[in-house]
Ligand binder design. Sequence first.
Ligand code: SF4
Length: 63
Amino acid sequence: MRVEVDRDRCEGNAVCVGIAPALFDLDEDDYAVVKLDPVPADQEDLAEQSIAECPRAALLRRD
Ligand code: SF4
């Protein structure tokens, strides 16, 4: 799987970074970035949790 960040929606609150710090980081402008593309199998559950819990619905699954 792959995860995309919708920068029009992301507000940089780092919820995704808290859930999956190996997968997400914030860039210098406080937008989330995906560090592992595609998402490794052992990170997929955390990726799904991040997608579900992002308060701005800014994370999109791309298979
Ligand atoms: S949880 Fe959502 S809004 Fe917050 S930094 Fe991550 S992608 Fe952006």
